[in-house]
Design a protein around this ligand. Structure first.
Ligand SMILES: Cc1ncc(COP(=O)(O)O)c(C=O)c1O
Length: 452
């Protein structure tokens, strides 16, 4: 039975359109609504996607916060094509290939302080997070602190979809269906405070004291049971929450006081999103580990990684030298295509000065976004680097419906945005022009006007 006879579908007019939408169970998607009115991209270049019906859509979100250098950058495309022809795959278990070492050392040079070592995960951020959590636990055991088995996340945190990530994560919909998750996890309170901080430009003024919540957890569990704290320097998927001024610094101090590792999940803030290499640089806070993915390869090939401080790596380099030091890794750790894409991506960032471009554009971006204050349904606007959020008043009894409508309307007008809950999250590629920023904002303004 072929696919056409199985679905009973007739001949297709556009050969790029799929003949059968049923089989693909789409991730994080309202499958039934989507399949009634599919939105399909078939091409991408620079700031724009091309839809299956030939329309151009301005990419206001860099895919999923990941195509930082814009789509189909010729240098990255070429690097992947060349690598595929030269060597498709090489294992990283007891074998290696040069580009993995080259990319690791280039990333290590970009990371702040003595984050000198890089462990490559394969698929992306979720595996990077699991890797970091496992390294944290194993490290504590390695240095004779084996009672430190507890991991601390934060309410509203997003750390991907693995069991480790959803356990330390704090978005209820991502957790509630999946049983008891990892044991021994606890959460800091989130930092969202519209009452005190609505319409903050850049970092909100109030809330540094929320870092003291870690002291509360230390009092409850005792520091000797806590291995690590993981937070996003800027929380993205929950709807873009900037850290209050001084919050991350305070968290660092409390971690130091109690011998707790601090992990920054920089899957979205890594590689220039704030105008600096990493969020850690922007905030001037030194984490013990940094998770990254997305911008590492400009999303052209899936890859994730964890940057690790020297003393953590060194703690494992003991015992007989023929022995494996860390029993962890993936078939696709340091995949050659990902390494080639990563090296080309870092070249593009540097040669095109894209991180500086973010820093230069940030004030314009801030001004443009905050011009939406007073637009219909808007209750808050947030920005940092090339990140933006517009929070809407939810429709009573129908949370998310208003933002979803806005998303569809903007898409119909050729502007791609993302929504989470009733919050619009924006994170365009760094090559965006001022005129395109204006277009995103004006499209939002127009569409907001037409919403119920
Ligand atoms: C902060 C953070 N961590 C982890 C992830 C998970 O990454 P992935 O979807 O590549 O597994 C994401 C994805 O958006 C993220 O924003």
């Amino acid at each position: 039975m072929n696919e056409l006879s199985k679905t009973g579908a007739g001949a297709r007019t556009d050969t790029r359109a799929p003949n059968n939408l049923e089989s693909f169970w789409m991730p994080y998607t309202a499958n039934r609504s989507f399949k009634q009115a599919p939105r399909l991209y078939v091409g991408a270049k620079g700031m724009y996607y091309t839809t299956v019906d030939g329309r151009q859509v301005l990419d206001g979100t860099a895919g999923l916060w990941c195509v930082n250098a814009g789509h189909c950058n010729p240098r990255i495309v070429q690097a992947i094509q060349d690598q595929a022809a030269e060597m498709d795959y090489a294992p990283s278990f007891q074998m290696g290939h040069p580009k993995a070492f080259e990319l690791a050392s280039r990333v290590a040079q970009m990371l702040p302080g003595d984050l000198d070592h890089v462990f490559f995960a394969s698929g992306g951020g979720s595996e990077a997070v699991d890797t970091a959590l496992k390294i944290a636990l194993a490290y504590q055991r390695q240095i004779g602190q084996g009672t430190r088995t507890r991991l601390i996340g934060r309410e509203r945190g997003y750390h991907g979809t693995g069991f480790g990530g959803i356990s330390v994560g704090g978005i209820v919909a991502n957790r509630k269906a999946f049983g008891t998750l990892l044991t021994g996890v606890d959460h800091l309170r989130h930092t969202h405070d519209l009452g005190r901080n609505a319409y903050s430009r850049g970092l909100p003024q109030h809330g540094a004291e929320l870092a003291d919540d870690l002291e509360r957890l230390v009092t409850l569990h005792d520091a000797s049971t806590i291995a690590a704290v993981i937070v996003e320097p800027v929380a993205g998927s929950t709807g873009v929450l900037m850290p209050p001024q001084g919050y991350l610094q305070r968290l660092r101090q409390i971690c130091d006081k109690h011998g707790i590792l601090l992990i920054f999940d920089e899957v979205i803030t890594g590689f220039g999103r704030l105008g600096t290499n990493f969020g850690a640089d922007y905030f001037g806070v030194q984490p013990d580990m940094v998770t990254m993915a997305k911008g590492l390869t400009n999303a052209a090939v899936p890859a994730g990684a964890v940057g690790v401080r020297k003393h953590i790596y060194d703690a494992f380099m003991t015992g007989p030298e023929h022995m494996i030091e860390l029993f962890h890794g993936y078939t696709y750790s340091a995949h050659p295509l990902a390494m080639a894409a990563g090296l080309a991506t870092l070249d593009v960032y540097r040669e095109e000065g894209l991180f500086q471009r973010v820093a230069d554009l940030a004030p314009y971006w801030e001004q443009a976004l905050h011009s939406l204050k007073g637009a219909r349904h808007v209750i808050d606007i947030r920005n940092l680097g090339l990140i933006g959020a517009v929070e809407l008043e939810p429709i009573a009894g129908k949370p998310t419906a208003r933002a979803y409508d806005l998303f569809i309307k903007c898409f119909e007008k050729g502007v791609g945005i993302r929504t989470t809950g009733d919050i619009v999250a924006l994170s365009p590629p760094f090559i965006i022009e001022k005129g395109e920023i204006d277009r995103i904002v004006e499209t939002l303004r127009e569409c907001l006007q037409t919403l119920d």
